[in-house]
Design a binder for this molecule. Structure first.
Ligand SMILES: [Cu+2]
Length: 197
């Protein structure tokens, strides 16, 4: 599965549960406030030891939390498991731009060009301070740290232009640390790769 769908499913699943719980709890709370107000219920009842209820309110939330963990974990695995045939590109953050180095040592700044239909593995590092590579369209966000190699991957399924942004505050030029991802047809990519900059 494309990790984008996995991440989105986890997002909607957790959001859905949150909305149901928010409304459910709010409705019950408002009902209790009205139903058991002092004028209608002057003496409060002393309720103790309802084992069935206690088991239910322990087991059900535990199962809900575990199911959210499972959905989140599987989507995370999708983001980390790189297909074996992925094309590798070296990525380095620096104050204040992104550098991309391709298989033939071609280098670009603030422009990442990849062929459509390929899995792309980005080997990420930094030349100075901590940056973070963020490509929202592909649900990628990974820190770029000097002396450390991290990675991210995405499936370049649709031709188009996508935003790349540094998302770790890295200095005065941080907000301008923008780049573009361009997904182009394979033939166009090969032609581009051989062009001199
Ligand atoms: Cu940065």
């Amino acid at each position: 599965m494309n990790p984008v769908q996995g991440v989105d499913q986890a997002f909607w699943y957790i959001l859905g549960i949150s909305i149901v719980l928010l409304f459910g709890i709010t409705v019950v709370m408002v009902y209790f406030v009205i139903r058991y107000r002092r004028s209608k219920n002057p003496v409060s009842s002393d309720i103790r030891d309802n084992y069935l209820l206690e088991v239910i309110w322990t087991v059900v939330p535990t199962l809900i939390a575990l199911s959210m963990f499972y959905v989140g974990w599987t989507s995370y695995i999708g983001l980390r498991a790189v297909p074996e045939d992925a094309m590798e590109i070296e990525v380095a953050g620096q104050m204040f731009s992104w550098l991309f180095v391709y298989e033939n040592d071609k280098e670009t700044e603030n422009e990442l060009v990849v062929p459509q239909g390929e899995a792309i593995k980005l080997n990420v590092t930094s030349l100075d301070v901590v940056h973070s590579l963020y490509i929202p369209a592909f649900r990628i966000k990974v820190d770029a740290v000097k002396g450390m190699d991290t990675y991210a991957w995405f499936y370049a399924d649709k031709i188009g232009e996508y935003d790349i942004q540094c998302t770790e505050y890295c200095g005065v030029g941080h907000s301008a640390m923008l780049a573009k991802l361009r997904i182009v047809p394979k033939a166009e990519y090969l032609k581009w790769l051989d062009e001199e900059e």
